[in-house]
Design a protein around this ligand. Structure first.
Ligand code: MG
Length: 378
């Protein structure tokens, strides 16, 4: 396998910062940083990134200080993705940039917020958090004198756009091409995508147990969890439950990452891509083995049935959905409720400007807005 020979000691099939397809607005190169490092830095300094701290992952932000937020989730994704990237000889800065940016477009209140906003936008092109993440870095961040957005490299933007309808792909031009032509994104993008899945499956087990909504007994049905929990209990018979959970979860992450690396290395050896272009034309190369995909899927199904659709979570999420609908309708009915800047945008862009405003809110800001406009929160 071509493990080396790219620039900076990276594999030939890695995305090469020096060979980037470039930024939308030309800028002089940075003195000490590569283009992908610079993208990562721009994301960390963005307003949308700081907002992630107060946005719901699964548990609403005010339900407890120890649950994951979008921010800690994104950092966990970046950590897992970087480990995988390093082992594969990929560009760690690119993988980190994509990971840290992947959820920037999320609404307040997690998936309930996204569903509600999508429903509000049904007649106006819909709302999709993944596309919104791209919109944040391409248009909504206001930090530069010469352009809107963060002016990130093509490869970073490509990685942020995980999926896309054909209609949106046509509208996005060069960036949407791969969805129409059936091409793959960089390995860095593929790694960030699966690191996201490893991160949320595992931290949702941890958060779910912490919340008491799921139990260790229930998790015995999930072979990926039970196999490791059994080893841990046998090795440390008197272990406290919290430590058992941490020991088990870290072993699950280890096994998932190990499997992903082995399967990916196997696929890379078979396809032998000599460049990023060849990666694009190959099938998906970053993948779990078939047995691990199945085990991971069973964990996912468990979390859907027992955690994400737990009646207690559903009740809170219903309130969240109503909150988003109420805010949207209020701004549509009376644009004087919007801050000046957003009112001006709404006069040009209509409902899309309202969706941008709501999507940018943190959970607690949305609740404050709801109280301010005099609506009932429950
Ligand atoms: Mg995510």
């Amino acid at each position: 396998m071509n493990a080396s020979a790219g620039s900076a000691g990276l594999a030939r099939y890695a995305a090469q910062s020096a060979g980037t397809r470039g930024r939308r607005y030309q800028e002089p190169a940075a003195l000490t940083r590569s283009d992908f490092q610079r993208d990562r830095d721009r994301i960390v300094h963005s307003t949308a990134f700081r907002r992630l701290e107060y946005k719901t992952q699964v548990f609403l932000n005010h339900e407890g200080d120890l649950f994951r937020t979008r921010l800690t989730h994104s950092i966990e994704v970046a950590q897992i993705a970087r480990s995988i990237a390093r082992a594969l000889g990929l560009d760690e800065d690119l993988v980190e940039a994509i990971s840290l940016a992947h959820d920037l477009g999320h609404t307040p209140f997690g998936h309930a917020g996204q569903d509600a906003l999508n429903a509000c936008m049904r007649d106006h092109g819909g709302f999709e958090h993944n596309l919104q993440s791209l919109r944040v870095v391409d248009e909504l961040e206001q930090r530069y004198g010469g352009f809107d957005g963060l002016n990130l490299c093509f490869e970073t933007r490509e990685g942020i756009l995980k999926h896309c309808s054909a209609a949106n792909a046509r509208r996005l031009g060069e960036l949407g091409e791969r969805f129409l032509l059936g091409l793959q994104p960089s390995l860095e993008a593929q790694v960030a995508n699966l690191a996201d899945e490893i991160a949320y499956n595992n931290h949702d087990v941890d958060d779910g147990l912490r919340s008491g909504l799921i139990t260790l007994e229930q998790l015995q049905q999930v072979d990926l969890f039970a196999a490791h929990a059994d080893v841990v209990s046998a090795r440390y018979p008197a272990i406290a439950e919290r430590r058992l959970v941490h020991e088990t979860v870290r072993r699950m992450i280890d096994e998932l990452v190990g499997d992903l690396l082995a399967e990916t290395q196997r696929r890379i050896a078979v396809a032998a891509p000599g460049s990023l272009d060849e990666v694009r034309r190959a099938g998906p190369l970053v993948a779990f083995s078939a047995p691990m995909r199945e085990r991971s899927q069973r964990l996912k199904s468990f979390l859907h049935a027992h955690l994400y659709r737990h009646p207690q979570v559903e009740t809170v999420m219903d309130q969240a959905r109503r909150a988003v609908h109420t805010l949207f309708d209020a701004y549509r009915d009376d644009d004087r409720l919007l801050p000046d800047e957003h009112r001006e945008r709404a006069q040009h862009l209509g409902a899309r400007a309202i969706a941008d405003y709501i999507a940018g809110m943190t959970d607690r800001f949305a609740l404050k807005e709801l109280a301010r406009i005099g609506a009932d929160q429950t």
